[in-house]
Design a protein around this ligand. Sequence first.
Ligand code: CAA
Length: 263
Amino acid sequence: MAYETILFDTTDAIAKITVNRPKALNALNSQVVDELLAAVEEIEKNEDIRVLIITGAGEKVFVAGADITELAKLNPVSAKHFASQGHKLMLKLESLSIPVLAAVNGFALGGGLELALACDFIYASENVKVGQPEIDLGIIPGFGGTQRLARIVGKNMAKEMILTGMRLSAEEAEKKGIVNRVVPAAELMETAEKSARSIAKKGRVSVYAAKQAINNGLDTDLKNGCEIEINSFALCMASPDANEGTTAFLEKRQPEFKGSLKE
Ligand code: CAA
């Protein structure tokens, strides 16, 4: 599919999506959301892709939120559709069988922070500012901010951020666990790619099992979360990767993981 608002390329086993609407600070209009959904569906079908990196075009902004020009025209029915599509995208990223890394290269506000929060982890450049400023537009976050942010920073901090619309620096966001690591802007993409290359060498099945066990476990209580882990651990043994990984260790060589989710 030809995309107009995103750049989509794949090098070796790593796919990169760049939200690319520089004139609107990479804001998410319906077209961007639809194209992101289509690209993620393309990735889902391609077993050769092992990690996805999401970033924004330019050096100033990751994504400045949902497109406010479009928001201004919404009625309750179209708003429900718009928010549902956004949620569909975020849930798809979260449940994607491969890890999704956000390389946040500037402002990540509103839907931009929500997009990053739906990724498995976030690397940020030093110039980053994150926040949920929707309250200043007379609305609330619509792509998962009230839910995912609260699960990461806790109820009270999420309320302070969402009710005041405050922006956090990269350093503050790191302290609160919103971003994993802050690096100089010039090192951001290399940091994300290095991490992606490292994950791409692991077993597809064990990476998938670990991601799903963490995500699904956090949606439930500890006892059920542990049950999820037990079953995910056992399922790993169905893949030849478990035998390859343990044998390679005992034979003092590097493993060559070839397991597939299609087996
Ligand atoms: N939607 C549409 N256009 C946007 C936009 C957005 N979210 N953010 C910026 N733009 C546009 C501006 O209108 C401006 O366009 P023109 O050049 O045509 O005037 C252009 O991008 C540059 O923006 P600024 O002049 O504002 O740039 P700045 O450097 O002074 O400020 C900024 C940068 C702090 C990111 C500021 O643009 C800003 O605060 N943007 C809005 C952030 C926001 O409120 N996001 C939440 C959106 S609602 C949402 O996301 C709901 C949801 O949960 C789904």
